[in-house]
Design a protein. Structure first.
Length: 308
């Protein structure tokens, strides 16, 4: 099987890495000389696998001690972040996906967990189908998750989508602004384990600027967790061009993290709050979700460029 698949349509091109979670590792537009996603360097071990392309996170976020209970069953994931004692983001981002349909502007691929070949210690058979498509001058990303087991299956999904902050050849640091449709911030214990503390602070200058679309990512580094849905944008105010990342309402949370002068920003759509399984907030507030036996859910996003 090929490691990667190239897609193209009019001014757009993309590369999908099938061996690493069907990650879209390149998204470019030649009309605007834009390279939207932070691309992994070739033949070099990545310093952080989450900071390139748009890797899938399943289960998304940190789970305290890697454990929680649901419907009388105890779920135990490996603690893969010893410094915090948490399970972090799962392993689908480094797992092979099988292509099940390819054409010039579209690919559909899947991962299937079975009783003979389970996913980590997750006691459910399930299927994840990812579809990427160029259509109507946009890049569409559709994810379908199906529970093939006999029991209700917990579902926590997200993407660590990492954009180039300077997303065109002519972009300059002083001209970039960031917007996120956010409504509440969830404070996290940044010195210990990055988990929610139970406090929802009032918006400070950073949160207000993100909400207003005036945040300047080269002036400060930030890592914030929010309730929010809809759009997140990168705008070059000098050129008059916005990169728009639009997510459906099932992605009810965001994590926004930027590297400052390192030139990237993560605009992460997530279906749940970090550690929603064990957090100080109710599971309903935290977005704890599940699929009934045989049920499927579809999650849609798109990326496009918009002139101001």
């Amino acid at each position: 099987m090929k490691r990667s698949i190239n897609l193209a349509s009019d001014d757009w091109s993309a590369v999908i890495d099938l061996l690493h979670g069907a990650n879209c590792i390149s998204l470019r537009n030649k009309k605007y000389h834009a390279a939207l996603l932070r691309e992994p360097p070739e033949n070099i071990k990545l310093d952080n696998p989450y900071l390139y392309g748009m890797p899938i996170l399943f289960p998304v976020n940190r789970i305290e001690n890697g454990m929680f209970e649901f419907e009388g069953r105890r779920y135990v994931f490996p603690v893969n972040e010893p410094s915090t004692g948490c399970h972090l983001h799962g392993e689908l981002h480094k797992t092979k996906f099988e292509p099940i349909g390819i054409c010039k502007n579209k690919i559909k691929c899947r991962y299937v967990a079975t009783s003979e070949s389970p996913y980590l210690t997750f006691p459910h058979e399930f299927e994840i189908v990812m579809e990427y498509e160029f259509k109507d001058d946009s890049f569409y990303h559709t994810v379908t998750v199906t529970n093939m087991s006999k029991y209700s299956m917990p579902l926590f999904l997200g993407f660590h989508t990492t954009f180039n902050t300077l997303f065109t050849n002519n972009s300059r640091p002083e001209d970039i602004r960031v917007f996120a449709d956010i409504s509440e911030e969830y404070e996290r214990s940044m010195e210990i384990n990055y988990l929610p503390t139970g406090i929802k602070p009032e918006f400070d200058a950073t949160s207000a600027s993100l909400s207003e679309g005036t945040y300047k990512p080269f002036e400060e580094k930030t890592s914030r967790h929010y309730r929010g849905q809809g759009k997140m944008t990168l705008t070059d105010v000098k050129i008059g061009l916005s990169m728009v990342y639009e997510n459906d309402k099932k992605y009810g949370f965001r994590l926004i993290y930027n590297g400052g002068n390192d030139g990237y920003i993560c605009l992460e759509p997530q279906t749940c709050l970090a550690n929603c399984q064990n957090s100080p907030f109710s599971r309903e507030e935290g977005g704890f979700d599940f699929l009934n036996a045989g049920e499927s859910k579809i999650y849609r996003s798109r990326i496009f460029l918009e002139e101001l």
